[in-house]
Unconditional design. Structure first.
Length: 472
């Protein structure tokens, strides 16, 4: 006889990275969750094979920080306890815009970003999520195909230790990242191809870890020199202070001006950036690692939310839906916000109700589209970035954004609005609101800065052996 208790629903998440773990944490409130991960994941903050981009600079913008904390209450404090740092933008950021302006710094800022290595971020989030007994991790397991048909996905066929099996599920979430094979799997079910767009600047990354020099180990600002899409090749770089008294330095260049893995050439490349501040700060810094490089930096968007037909029981989130040029740092925040959208749908609608999967896909697309617009709005202007030239609308919007950036460099009120958008706390449409339009066209404007707004104390800190905070 039945005891009257309905069986627990089941969900499978493909991918055990940031998006997959956050999605599992949400789904655990509605189902027993199995996370399928091809890699063998480390026990703590260490590199893993399937995430080469982790070796380069990552920033979790304030919109992503808020989403992360809402999904996993207390996790930001855990990260800080393990060495991550809360950075107030623009207090703790020295940044040169693509169009050349240096942004002023604030005494106080409401935008709090999170600085740490990607390895630490993933490890702490993974530990927090896997504390939930409703979530099971299956490492060393590869997803091969979706089970079911064009109308409904019923599970995933997987391979583990050379054995193939099927995991049935009421909902399958693909969070497998840039290399996700959902387009192939959907075609195998008899569904039409999903529309895609790629904008590739040809950007290459080179990164190296340094011991934080002099008195810079604690509280040093991020130093960021952005590339200019109107100059070929475009070159930029960032110094990101991370846990362990280290600087993670990432340099980047587009076609015809890409950095290499040559240790001896790293500092020379830094000297070719639009401003020498990064090379000056690194001049006497001690490198801790060899240079590592990557060229997987193209913006790639898959428009699943626009598909004419979509199966029940399947959704795609994170980089599997859209991957961005990492120079803008929006991938992690967009993923966290898309998982927050997943949670919102499941709070209003049952996991297996008709149309739930399509509603998830449409809701997740909103933060993804915001991040996409911010990245492509700049990158489409690099030579050879796209098969199609910039549209008239893209050109018009880019010209306006340049005006908005100029206003932000000259007017603190305009900069705060610009930061709301860049931090993914507001959509790009915020730049077109009347108050911002007034600031762009008629607002009071200060003169542009003639160099990076580092304080004299910060400049000396990189050369002084005494700990930061001690008085001379």
């Amino acid at each position: 006889m039945s005891d009257g208790i309905a069986p627990r629903r089941t969900a499978v998440v493909i991918g055990g990275g940031m998006t997959g773990m956050l999605a599992a944490s949400v789904l655990a409130g509605h189902a027993d969750v199995t996370v399928v991960e091809r890699d063998l994941l480390p026990d703590g903050p260490a590199p893993r094979k399937g995430l080469p981009q982790a070796r380069h600079a990552h920033i979790l913008w304030s919109g992503g920080v808020k989403a992360l904390e809402e999904l996993l209450p207390g996790v930001v404090d855990r990260l800080v306890a393990r060495g991550a740092r809360k950075a107030h933008i623009m207090t703790d950021l020295v940044s040169k815009a693509p169009s050349g302006q240096w942004f002023r710094r604030f005494t106080h800022s409401r935008h709090v970003n999170l600085l740490c290595s990607r390895d630490l971020l993933d490890a702490v989030v993974r530990e927090r999520v896997l504390e939930d007994p409703r979530i099971t991790l299956r490492p060393g397991t590869e997803a091969l195909a979706l089970e079911g048909g064009a109308d409904r996905v019923s599970g995933v066929r997987v391979r583990s230790a050379d054995a193939t099996s099927t995991l049935t599920a009421d909902l399958v979430v693909d969070a497998s990242g840039r290399a996700g094979r959902a387009p192939v799997w959907l075609r195998e079910l008899g569904l039409p191809a999903v529309a895609e767009r790629t904008v590739d600047t040809g950007l290459a990354y080179a990164s190296r870890l340094y011991r934080a020099p002099g008195r810079t180990a604690d509280g040093y600002p991020i130093v960021n020199v952005q590339a200019d899409p109107w100059q070929a090749p475009g070159r930029g770089g960032i110094i990101l202070p991370i846990e362990g008294g280290r600087w993670l330095v990432t340099l980047a260049g587009t076609r015809g001006g890409q950095p290499t893995a040559d240790n001896e050439a790293f500092l020379d490349f830094a000297r070719t950036l639009p401003h020498p501040v990064i090379s000056e700060l690194l001049a006497d810094a001690e490198p801790l690692t060899d240079v590592v490089t990557t060229r997987s930096t193209a913006n790639k968007r898959r428009y699943y939310e626009k598909a004419a037909r979509w199966p029940e029981g399947f959704a795609v989130l994170g980089d599997a839906m859209a991957g961005y040029n990492p120079v803008y740092g929006h991938g992690l925040s967009a993923s966290a916000l898309s998982v927050l959208a997943l949670r919102g749908v499941l709070e209003r609608q049952h996991l297996t109700a008709p149309g739930t999967a399509r509603r998830i896909q449409k809701a997740a697309a909103r933060p993804v589209e915001n991040a996409w617009s911010l990245a492509v709005g700049q990158d489409v202007f690099y030579p050879g970035a796209s098969d199609q030239p910039p549209t008239r609308l893209e050109t018009t919007l880019a010209a306006f954004v340049d005006r908005a950036v100029d206003a932000g460099a000259r007017n603190p009120r305009a900069l705060r609005i610009l930061l709301d958008v860049m931090s993914m706390e507001a959509s790009p449409a915020r730049l077109l609101m009347p108050d911002m339009l007034a600031l762009v066209w008629f607002g009071r404007k200060k003169p542009l800065l003639d160099g990076p707004p580092l304080t004299e104390r910060e400049r000396k800190a990189a050369l002084d052996p005494a700990p930061l905070g001690e008085e001379d």
